[in-house]
Write a protein that binds this ligand. Structure first.
Ligand code: SF4
Length: 322
């Protein structure tokens, strides 16, 4: 039924039945809305009354409230978050499984950590045994907090990598894009070999390039007079106290600081607002991945503290949410 994903229909139907839901709201990130529509048809054919939620959704931190007159929300494509038992999470493991490159893993360091994004977690045991067959020592970090599965990494949390960083020489990341493996490299200081299971290609990333960019943004922000501090109204991203601390630190340094609270905090409202710098306490991806879309430099909380001389550059850490 789904394009490129596995779907455990039996488990989903059993869970819906046990909860006694009839009117079901389906939430999905933009890339899975087509699948959400498919699921809606599937449920309708079985006598349920589904509807697809179309507001933007970026993670399990962003769980929709059950709409009026609905029984509950089925959230597609993300792993469960702590304290969100009221929703039903339907992970959609990808069918992409090209790990052939690991058959020639002799050139990789001997001790490796393994991490993946949620849709590719089923490849971790496969990659582990391939690497062990080639003589590697392999470590997978535990779940905990907002990390639901061993080895899982989020854009805002690399705990599963940090937990094994001192036992490994490098990491293997399974997934697509450079943001997550770049985060693992920055958080651990280790090289990350990122394998895209769709193409089967592998790319090595280290933290140098990312840190150079972050250093450049901090330097650019130093001249800033008026700062906007972004605060998310989403429960899973809200760091109001941190934002207030930053506001105070900026004011004590003789700068102006304005707090902006919003659900998604996109770039558009900040165009033409005569701000010099933004500091994001919301989803770390805003500062670390989307910063080029904003009209001014976007810093993370620790970066603004480095800029103000309250932390040393040598103590730089990746912005993460617990
Ligand atoms: S805070 Fe950002 S990276 Fe973390 S789960 Fe939410 S959307 Fe994803």
């Amino acid at each position: 039924m789904f394009q490129g994903f596995e779907f455990n229909a039996k488990a989903l139907m059993a869970e819906i039945k046990s909860r006694g839901w009839i009117r079901i709201a389906i939430q999905a990130p933009a890339g899975l809305l087509r699948d959400a529509a498919q699921l809606s048809l599937y449920l309708r054919e079985r006598g349920y009354e589904p509807a697809v939620l179309v507001d933007p959704c970026f993670g399990a931190c962003d769980l929709a409230e059950t709409p009026e007159s609905y029984d509950g929300v089925v959230h597609l494509g993300h792993a469960p978050f702590p304290n969100q038992e009221e929703a039903m999470f339907l992970e959609l493991p990808s069918k992409a499984e090209n790990l052939e490159i690991l058959e020639k893993s002799d050139a990789l360091p001997s001790r490796l950590g393994l991490v993946a994004t949620v849709q590719h977690l089923s490849l971790i045991p496969i990659a582990k045994s391939m690497l062990e067959d080639c003589g590697h020592e392999v470590h997978v970090g535990d779940a905990g907090g907002r990390i639901a599965h061993p080895g899982q990494v989020l854009g805002c949390n690399t705990k599963a990598a940090r937990a094994v960083a001192d036992k490994v020489d490098a990491f293997i990341f399974i997934g697509s894009g450079r943001f997550h493996p770049g985060g693992v490299a920055m958080a651990t200081g280790k090289k990350v070999y990122a394998i895209d299971p769709y193409t089967g290609k592998m790319e090595m990333l280290d933290s140098d390039r990312f840190l150079r960019i972050r250093h450049g943004l901090i330097e650019k922000a130093r001249e800033g007079k008026r700062f906007g501090v972004l605060v998310s109204s989403k429960a899973g991203q809200n760091r109001t106290e941190k934002a207030r601390e930053i506001e105070l630190a900026l004011r004590e340094d003789g700068r102006e600081a304005i707090l902006f609270i919003g659900d998604n905090l996109p770039p558009t409202p900040f165009i033409g607002m005569e701000l010099d710098v933004l500091v994001s306490t919301a989803c770390p991806r805003i500062a670390l991945d989307d910063w080029q879309n904003y009209p001014v430099p976007v810093l993370t909380p620790i970066e603004v503290r480095i800029m103000l001389g309250l932390e040393k550059w040598e103590d730089y850490t990746l912005d993460e949410l617990a």
